[in-house]
Ligand binder design. Structure first.
Ligand code: HEM
Length: 466
């Protein structure tokens, strides 16, 4: 079949567009795509998206279509994105891991094995690690406050989330705020490479890009060889009868068969790389956006600080139960993902004909589903939208996706984000460095372009709270 290169430019009429927040320029090879944007009467804002397909414009505003597509296991992830992510420029990348697996049976088997590492009992036991890693960030921030230097908050929270995932998932202590490591750069390179690889079909044929493509391949290889080494160490420990944690690495090993073929080994590495990347970047970006918005809204910041003072006072160890009491902080984090869905969408292959919003769509199309809410006054950062008594926005807010392929790490991510934010609010006053941009960088995931530069001061928190 003839594959055509279409340039799809999606513009949202939202004022967000004016700050370049929801502007995507996507270059994809495809035959036929439909964009589905959730819309509900209570989300009064009408999203109008131009979908250019050789002058053909199609956009569906329909919440039921969205839920039907995402909730049903019969619509696989589409091959244009997910099959392509098997490798980057010829080097195996996410392979058939949890995010990219398209075959339902194979995916389901992996997911069931992985579930125990995300059960609420297991997560409760991780609170100590979240606290311990967040404390390292607080030590670093204390140094920054003393030195009166500027802090790049995105970089710092990235170090913490990477520290957390390597410790919690793989039992490895990187301590990135103290020691340098090749991993942050390797992840960054893989993500950038992923964007070029997915969106520009001719990228790899341009001789100018050869050096860069080699860097991307090298970065993928680094992650996979590291995985191979850490898996081999863990397997040896298991064979020796040593006590090993029931963490993600143990589950990855269990997900593969006992008699290992080369493909089984590669499959373990697929999931290793999947967790290394999926388990870190999106949470770091959410944290950085939250800090940015709190810096822009002193009233919301004060309210969040007051709640933290009331709930945790001057305690250093935040308990699992404390996290449940930080209701306003949860609202802040939810509103952050509404304005900045760090993983903005997903896509499914629909083989059969469908009627959505009264429109008949012939089978064999790809549905791009955007997972953020378009609500009234969308530019306003307003955590009260998520007040426990506020009307629930069904099917127009799902930053962790919906249905069987929804994010496995949702609770993990939100516990981690809350521990980090609560400690930050408890200990520090922060101010955004003036004249930095509030633009979003679309780097596969969404992140703040400025890095969120802040100056910090110590809070006199010891005299506040309980
Ligand atoms: C704020 C943080 C996070 C956000 C916004 C987020 C969002 C998402 C979204 C939208 C998907 C669906 C992707 C798709 O359809 O292509 C997804 C899948 C996934 N996420 Fe997350 N995620 C976050 C954090 C995490 C963390 C911390 C982990 C692991 C520790 C994780 C592990 C996964 C996995 C394994 C999948 C694939 C699930 C499956 O198909 O079975 N995520 N995430």
């Amino acid at each position: 079949s003839v594959i055509l290169l279409y340039t799809i430019i999606m513009y949202c009429s939202s004022p967000l567009h004016k700050q370049a927040a929801l502007r995507y320029e996507i270059f994809i090879c495809l035959q036929f795509q439909w964009l589905i944007v959730p819309h509900r009467p209570q989300c009064e804002f009408e999203a109008i998206i131009m979908f250019k397909l050789f002058n053909d414009k199609q956009i569906l505003n329909e919440s039921h279509g969205t839920s039907e597509i995402l909730m049903s296991p019969k619509y696989p992830k589409d091959k244009f994105v997910y099959k392509k992510l098997f490798s980057l420029f010829g080097q195996r990348f996410l392979g058939n891991g949890l995010v990219t697996a398209r075959d339902h049976e194979k995916w389901y088997k992996q997911r069931r094995i992985m579930d125990p590492a995300f059960s609420s009992t297991y997560l409760r036991g991780l609170t100590g690690t979240f606290n311990e890693r967040a404390e390292k960030l607080m030590d670093k921030l204390a140094d920054v406050a003393d030195s009166k230097k500027e802090a790049n908050m995105l970089h710092l929270v990235n170090c913490v989330t990477l520290d957390v995932i390597t410790k919690v998932a793989f039992g490895v202590d990187l301590d990135l705020l103290k020691h340098s490591s090749p991993f942050p750069k390797a992840i960054e390179t893989c993500l950038k490479g992923m964007v070029s690889y997915l969106r520009d079909r001719f990228f790899q044929f341009n001789p100018k890009n050869r050096g860069y493509i080699n860097e991307v391949r090298e970065a993928c290889r680094l992650l996979r060889t590291t995985g191979a080494q850490w898996i081999s160490e863990r397997k040896t420990a298991m064979q020796n009868g040593d006590e090993v944690p029931k963490d993600i690495l143990t589950q990855i090993i269990k997900a593969a068969k006992d008699s290992m073929t080369e493909e089984d080994e590669e499959f373990m590495l697929d999931n290793f790389v999947t967790f290394f990347i999926a388990g870190q970047e999106t949470t770091a970006n959410q944290l950085a956006f939250a800090i940015m918005e709190l810096g822009r809204h002193p009233d919301i910041l004060e309210k969040a600080k007051k709640e933290v003072d009331d709930v945790i006072g001057m305690k250093h160890e935040i308990s699992y139960d404390d996290l449940g009491k930080l209701v306003y902080l949860s609202q802040v984090l939810k509103e952050t993902l509404r304005m900045y869905p760090t993983a903005p969408g997903t896509s499914r292959h629909i083989a059969e004909d469908m009627v959505i919003d009264g429109i008949h769509i012939p089978g064999g199309f790809v549905a791009l589903v955007i997972n953020t809410i378009f609500s009234n006054d969308p530019l306003k950062f307003d955590p009260d939208r998520f007040h426990p008594d506020a009307p629930k926005p069904y099917y127009c807010y799902y930053p962790f996706s919906l249905g069987p392929r929804a994010c496995l790490g949702k609770n993990f991510a939100q516990m981690e984000a809350k521990v980090v934010m609560a400690k930050l609010l408890q200990r520090f006053d922060f101010t955004l460095v003036p004249e930095q941009t509030f633009d979003i960088l679309d780097a596969g995931t969404l992140r703040p372009k400025s890095g969120v530069l802040c100056t910090l001061g110590h809070r006199d928190y010891k005299n506040k709270g309980s």
